[in-house]
Write a new protein. Sequence first.
Length: 563
Amino acid sequence: MFVGGRVVTVDAEFSVAEALAVTGPVISAVGSREDVAPYVGPDTRVVDLKGATLLPGINDSHLHGAAFGMSSPPLSLDLSHPAVTSLADVGEAVREAVGRVPAGQWITGHGWDTGYLDECVADPSRLPSRTDLDAVSPDHPVVLYSFSGHATWVNSKALELIGVDRDTVAPPGGAIVTDGAGEPTGLLHEGAQALVQNALPPLSRQERADAIRSTLTTLAGLGVTSYTEPGLGPGGDGIMRGTMGTETLDVYRELLAAGELTARVGVLLLPTGMASTSEEFARNLDALDASDPAGGADPRRLAVHGVKIFADGIVPNKTAWMHEPYVGGGCGSLCVGGEIDDERVAEIRAMVRHAHAAGHQLGVHATGDRAIDTVADAFAEAAAALPRPDARHYVIHGDFLTAHSMKVLAAHDYGVNMNPTIKWTVADMEEEFVGAGRAAYAWPYRDAIDAGVRVASGSDAPVTLPDWRQGVATMVLRESKAAGRVSGPEQRIALAEAIRTYTVVAAWQDFADDWKGSLEPGKAADLCVVDGDLLGADPHAIPEMPVVLTVMDGRIVHDTLRD
């Protein structure tokens, strides 16, 4: 039983109670202390919250769990801001790694962002180069992933091992950046990253398991009890050494069987990668369906909910399709541009139709207003051809959701999965590419909720850290990471609305809002306790409020609360 704090139920009225009782894996009572007293027995643990806030367990509805673990220390160098603030810092981190690992072993790192590297900020034409890494690692191959996942930076030794030189042709949907003399600079964009991925030693099952375990430990400390792994399948076999590949789903099943999953995991299948034909997509999806990907797993612990498709993100250096031209033409912290043709639109529509007809929920990666409109219309077309009640399709990212898309999504009770911590991270840079007006509008939470669209939030880790507290603060404040500048105050939402995006709406995305996502009798005992009064706190202080207790399915998985 929990007493002595604020029990934020996140029910339909967002009511706040005094106490909550748990019996086994289920919430048995919520209300006053007197209401829950009958559930106290001789073996009951009575937890005095001492003014802390009890919430439903947090549901990060877009988080690459295995990839996050592989990209985090100790499995990878942390090159994110503020761990590094310059190219020189990156070089020093690599130099230290060279001193620790055996000769010839690959050195990996993750999180670099030119928007936070001093040399690149001072001179936007100054991009990371193989020569920066060669100076500190001439013999160890080095591969460093950008924070966004759209670019990889390697040294000359890595280029030599993967066989990339001035004559190498980039794969479809990729780009090998070259200098004025035509030589590779060490930057690989989009599909060209597969060149290095395919050359890296394949991940073992043990490495995959260790990566997931690392993520689960981090999430337990943040109060996260559910997350969506947005894309596991053959389309991910060449992404981050296969962390998004088919074998990772097998490892999840093994961890479930061993009782090691301390968070509930929902999965989107990934039949193909970014650049694929509808025929390849259909063939791979049909094969996945025939293989029974869920594999008899406990659907409340590990469930395959649907299928992921990439609408955009396949044009070299240009990932977001927009109706109007961009202000700039480069690709910095926010990769931008915009090319779309009738053939690609037809492919997207065909993939959506096939997955919809096969009975799957669809999560479609779409950034840029034109891409999002294309996806929303494809959803509507598929639903008109084959009506399916409660399909719960959704747009992934939805950064420039339009009034048209909102109307279509709301009419079909479809959703959008937004990423507030990405907004927080890039807000200071995006004006350079999209202009002040569009930058302020990006991730339009207020408009989407007002339009009746189901809005869930996710971190997209490892793109950003899976810290829902920063996400909530960003939705309420709309302030940027680097300068604290307000970006789009008209898109602010209330604290209660922000919390819903990480709880009950995220549970809706999982087809699970009838049994998790709020603190109500009969629902799963997935709980998060934050030290202090979350509802009364200054939003600026929320990211620093400690998570002191996490409970999943009635089992304590993180506890620093002192009775």
